[in-house]
Design a protein around this ligand. Structure first.
Ligand code: NAD
Length: 340
């Protein structure tokens, strides 16, 4: 029997390692390609010895490495990229090389290897300066950072590859993902692990702006579900559902779709701070008295971000199980056990 093989790029990172772990549990063969730029070997501790797992330490900027990784693969889940808006503002060149050059290498390698579907991490940053809420896939604004440009260019390339070479592509626009293994360290740490780390150390986190900015924080398990459904939903079913919901899909081309991946809620930074503090104070009551410090707003930040998830619900039957509050609780539990 052929065991389906998935290539997860960026599998030593936060989202990628969670995907590797899950798909190994589901009985797939998993190949991880990662250069450990922001990922860590420790993220793979729980499955590195799994007989169906292969780790390739390599860079997606090298086409031959990408080709080696996708040999005989059925699906690609492309997560490798340099994340963070501030990083891209400080170093747009490297962000561009990895996020666009590396993406194109993976597309070419996947095309030549004849993979069934190429699923990639897109981003809510593609909504840019659009003020419309909730965010609907078809209405985007102008990018606010080099990072946002790279993620949008990924979508454009996927579109052209599906039209030109008949490749099936699905872009998943993640909205502020959080959960176990998200890195609390480094200059570009995401807000949740950063604040949790600071609270656990008895330090006061900084809220950029007045705390009224809001986000559609998305628990990692919802992201895993979206990837699985994007991978296994048959093309014919996608076409039927798209027709039913009057979503335009060309009959002549392979499918190319982009979906918001979120819970569909919104949490202000102020509320996030309070929730994280309360969850951690449950373990250590000294944390309950820590007050945040307010700092200046950050360049490139979108004031509010909330997704419509209707398209993924309709076409992929995406049904996220964890709201933000439940996710915050589980993430705090994990950090309490693993970071202290
Ligand atoms: N975390 C979020 O909230 C979020 C939101 C939107 C989109 N995304 C996207 O999801 C993907 C995963 O993000 P994450 O949060 O897990 O970040 P992460 O930094 O934890 O993971 C990225 C992984 O890619 C690897 N990588 C970077 N450059 C590479 C290269 N040149 N060659 C090979 N591997 C390389 C890193 O070592 C790391 O393991 C990224 O594409 C990111 O842009 C994340």
């Amino acid at each position: 029997m052929h065991i389906l093989k998935i290539v997860v790029t960026g599998g030593a990172g936060f989202i990628g390692s969670n995907l590797c772990e899950y798909f190994l549990q589901q009985g797939y063969q998993v190949v991880c390609l990662d250069n450990l730029a922001t990922g860590h070997m420790e993220n793979m501790t729980e499955f590195i010895e799994h007989p169906a797992f292969t780790f390739i330490k390599g860079d997606i900027r090298d086409l031959e490495t990408c080709r080696k990784a996708v040999e005989g693969a059925d699906y690609v889940l492309h997560e490798a990229a340099l994340g963070s808006v501030p990083r891209s503002i400080e170093d747009p060149l490297t962000t561009n090389e990895v996020n666009i050059g590396g993406f194109l290498n993976m597309l070419v390698a996947a095309r030549d290897a004849g993979v069934k579907r190429f699923i990639y991490a897109a981003s809510s940053s593609t909504y840019g300066d659009s003020k419309e809420l909730p965010k609907v896939e078809e209405h985007i604004g102008r990018p606010l950072s080099p990072y946002a440009i790279t993620k949008y260019v990924n979508e454009l390339y996927a579109d052209v590859f599906s039209k030109t070479y008949g490749m099936e592509c699905v872009g998943l626009r993640y909205f502020n993902v959080f959960g176990k293994r998200q890195d609390p360290n480094g200059a570009y740490a995401a807000v949740i692990p950063l604040w949790v780390k600071q609270l656990l150390r008895g330090e006061s986190p900084v809220i950029n702006g007045d705390g009224s900015f809001s986000r559609d924080f998305t628990y990692i398990d919802n992201v895993i579900e979206a990837n699985e459904k994007a991978m296994i939903t048959p093309t014919e079913l996608i076409r039927q559902r798209a027709k039913f919901y009057n979503l335009e899909l060309s009959d002549d081309h392979a499918i190319n779709l982009v979906f918001n991946v979120a819970f569909g809620g919104n949490t202000t930074l102020k509320a996030l701070y309070k929730t994280l503090r309360d969850n951690l104070a449950f373990h250590d009551s000294r944390i309950a008295t820590l007050e945040p410090v307010y700092g200046p707003e950050r360049a490139g930040d979108i004031p509010h971000s909330q997704a419509s998830i209707l398209k993924a619900q309709r076409i992929l039957e995406y049904a996220p199980k964890y709201d933000a509050a439940e996710g915050f609780r589980m993430a705090c539990e994990w950090y309490w056990k693993n970071l202290k």
